[in-house]
Design a protein around this ligand. Sequence first.
Ligand code: PMV
Length: 306
Amino acid sequence: MKSSAPGKIILFGEHAVVYGRPALAVPVTQVHADVEVTASSRNGIWIDAPDINLHAEVNTLPSDHPIASVIHNFLFISRISPFPNLDIKITSTIPVASGLGSGAAVTVALTRALLSHLDYPMPDEGINSFAYEIEKLHHGTPSGIDNTVVTYAKPVYFIKGQPIETFSVGNPFTIVIGNTGVSAPTKESVADVRKLWEADQAKWEGMFDKVGTIAKEARKAIESGKAKVLGKLMNQNHTLLQEMTVSSPELDNLVSAVLNAGAAGAKLSGGGRGGNMIALVEKEKAPVISEALLSAGATRTIITTV
Ligand code: PMV
């Protein structure tokens, strides 16, 4: 059985979302994780993940290995015993540690492929909460936005702990995603923000409130098709992320490059200090902006329409 899950990108609200403020994120279907589960003639559960050069029986992997932990936890919750012999092929075009939700996408695609192969029905809510438990094992205190967008593959207006809320898009708009090539240390940046918040809660709650207001306004602007407002909101959100200490020289450099090349707005996306930034652009300008990013040092760009 085969299953696929898309990447995702956060448009507004990262970090503040961990503290209960709303954030907006959308699936990025240009990149995806794909998993195929078939019956095996060998004993055990064999993983073949050529992209990361992994070819192993699951019990030979450390139990906290991201792929092994999905399978061990799946075995535990499914209570299927004895578990059948399986060959599991995993491929992904989603760059890792870049804020595109690669981990969540592998978890969701793998879980769905196992469920279909084993004829074990599970609603999306179940898959989403299972994927959230896996995210928590690897990412400290995640908000749950990654697994939610990836599971439902829809634009999401996300508030931690609340039922999924999707949003409509009044007028499609174009985003160019630029990768700094620097691996984003999300667990670390989330932990650092927590320390800073603990040291001065009043100041940080104020910053999170500002981000939350931006996310709410952005939703209104997207739903009513006002892309111009959206660009300004992106710039304001980026300034707040800089104040939160989660930007980096590489991210700021790409953000300046796209603004100089005529983007309507830009910001870092995801955990920050590396990974991706996004730029709001007029559709016709997307190739020029993408070129500007590559000249400024981006290792990869993706043009996507929301
Ligand atoms: O780096 P990403 O895209 O996985 O996103 C991290 C987003 C944060 O808000 C920083 C953390 C979270 O769990 O929401």
